[in-house]
Design a protein around this ligand. Structure first.
Ligand code: ADP
Ligand code: MG
Length: 498
């Protein structure tokens, strides 16, 4: 070996040594980082834990709160609002009715031609209109004007197959999916906005009055005959086709439940209308809260920074508006404290609500061996590239923890309702089916969520009882339901003789 050659070898060896040292240091650093990532994951998993015993406590707490909310006004976080719906659709309804569904990112307008017992729903049409974000936090006038305008345009396209009886005014069922203090079947005042809507000075506002004024401003002659929410609409729509429907649960942007209560079991109703029979109760269960709920630091921060801190805690654990945001918050912590995505925190990851539940669902359902969908979502939404398979697996685990916690809590809520109705046990000689009508984009599209929810429900109820409990997807029953309720509460409906 010549002198030059030796020199080169020494330099090379030194470089190799330095490189090896760097690699070792890098590995040590990255294994330290990785340990931190796993610690955050594990901690999140533990704090989110929903063992069966805990779910049973949640179900019991739901039942207790239902009793308390029915007993007195303000007796519980659960408002247990009397809907004034005591005549669910029978199938005899006839005529042309409209419905308007507001309460999420989109609103829908819909018309149905009802043909009575034989004809049922002879024809229906709907249109979906998105709400510009600035109207969600603007003035109520601007919001209602926009809605009335869309409704008027829709009415203008009324064509063949729809017949308004001569001399009649068009009637509308208004599905307004925000908490409302109902004052009659067709009137109510706003308790608060939720699901990202925040419009000042509107609490206590007469919701139907606002819509009616907006319709008058543009010369649309239409009467609101029923004011309901998506949950009651879904219950009514479900009942129309299946008389065993006893409750409805919405899992969409928000979450809520309604059920059919025996009127005599409603203490706060005393003196109001001493009528026997059934009454639909709008639980507003999104506002349920209990010390048994598995709240993590991420949930607490999400709540504190939300438009409605301290409220809608159950909804913030379960519904489509929040699941993706919870995931983002955990990823943020991993990025900040464990350099999960490298030395800097990806700027997009810091933007609240950038990661939507449909994105999360797409990642969660990724079945490709290299988790390609996870990779592409991270890239497209968060501008994070070069993620390893190991990292992608962590993200899928986070989706699993977040979604199954929500699904299991929703199942516990349903058990709470069944308990309240005494339908959580098998009674001798009774083989009555209990059908829960379900709707909402989360339930409909997030398969792992709905599968987990059903499995948990079965587990909580046990074999024998769960045979009689049926979860039924009532696809967009709420719009039809509102139209049906407008029909059964029509100003032209004959007054029945007692
Ligand atoms: P809304 O609740 O706004 O009336 P939907 O019932 O259609 O409307 O629910 C929409 C919500 O459903 C979205 O905000 C989203 O959270 C959730 N969602 C929609 N599509 C999916 C999906 N593919 N995977 C998971 N969640 C979804
Ligand atoms: Mg909806």
């Amino acid at each position: 070996m010549g002198k030059v050659a030796v020199g080169t070898a020494v330099v090379c060896a030194a470089a190799a040594c330095a490189a090896a040292a760097l690699l070792v240091r890098h590995q040590m650093r990255s294994s330290g980082r990785w340990a931190k990532v796993m610690a955050i994951l594990k901690d999140f998993e533990e704090k989110s834990g929903t063992p069966i015993a805990k779910l049973k406590q949640v179900a019991d707490a739901m039942t207790v709160e239902m009793h308390a909310g029915l007993a007195s006004e303000g007796g519980s976080k659960l408002k247990m609002i009397i809907s004034y719906v005591d005549n669910l659709p029978t199938g005899d309804e006839k005529g042309l009715f409209y419905a308007l569904d507001l309460g999420g990112t989109n609103f829908r307008v819909l018309r149905v031609q009802l043909g009575g017992k034989e004809g049922s729903v002879a024809k229906q049409e709907f249109e979906e209109v998105s709400i510009p974000p600035h109207l969600m936090t603007g003035t109520s006038e601007a919001l209602f004007d926009y809605i009335a305008d869309a409704l008027a345009r829709f009415v203008a396209t009324e064509g063949e197959g729809f017949h308004l009886s001569p001399g009649r005014q068009r009637e509308l069922g208004f599905t307004f999916s925000f908490p409302v203090r109902q004052t009659s079947i067709a009137s109510g005042t706003l308790i608060k906005w939720t699901k990202g809507f925040s419009i000042e000075d509107t609490v206590g506002q007469d919701v139907v009055g606002e819509l009616t004024k907006a319709m008058e401003r543009i010369g649309l002659d239409m009467r609101v005959s029923a004011l309901v929410n998506d949950t009651i609409g879904t219950l009514a729509g479900g009942r129309y086709s299946n008389q065993d429907v006893i409750a409805a649960v919405i899992l969409g942007t928000g979450t809520n439940a309604a059920y059919v209560e025996r009127a005599h079991a409603i203490p706060k109703w005393h003196g109001l209308l001493p009528k026997s029979g059934d009454m639909v109760i709008n639980m507003e269960w999104g506002n349920f809260r209990s010390s048994h709920l598995p709240l993590t630091e991420y949930d607490q921060a999400l709540d504190a920074e939300s438009l409605n801190p301290g409220e809608q805690i159950f909804e913030k654990l379960i519904s489509g508006m929040y699941l993706g945001e919870i995931l983002r918050r955990v990823l943020c912590k991993m990025a900040e404290e464990a350099a999960f995505f490298g030395d800097t925190v990806p700027p997009k990851l810091k933007i609240p609500f950038i990661l939507r539940t449909p994105h999360m669902s797409a990642m969660h359902h990724d079945t490709s061996p290299d988790l390609r969908v996870v990779g592409s979502k991270l890239k497209d939404i968060l501008e994070i590239s070069n993620t390893s398979l190991k990292m992608r697996k962590v993200i899928v685990q986070l989706c699993e923890i977040t979604a199954s916690r929500g699904a299991q809590l929703a199942a516990a809520g349903v058990v709470g309702i069944l308990k309240k109705l005494g339908k959580d046990t098998v009674k001798d000689g009774e083989n009555q089916r209990s059908v829960i009508a379900m709707d909402g984009g989360l339930f409909e599209h997030y398969t792992k969520f709905s599968v987990c929810m059903e499995a948990t429900l079965r587990e909580l109820l046990g074999g024998e009882v769960s045979e009689n409990v049926v979860i039924e997807h009532s696809n967009d029953g709420s719009g039809i339901g509102a139209a049906l309720l407008a029909a059964s509460h029509s100003q032209y409906a004959e007054v029945e003789e007692p």
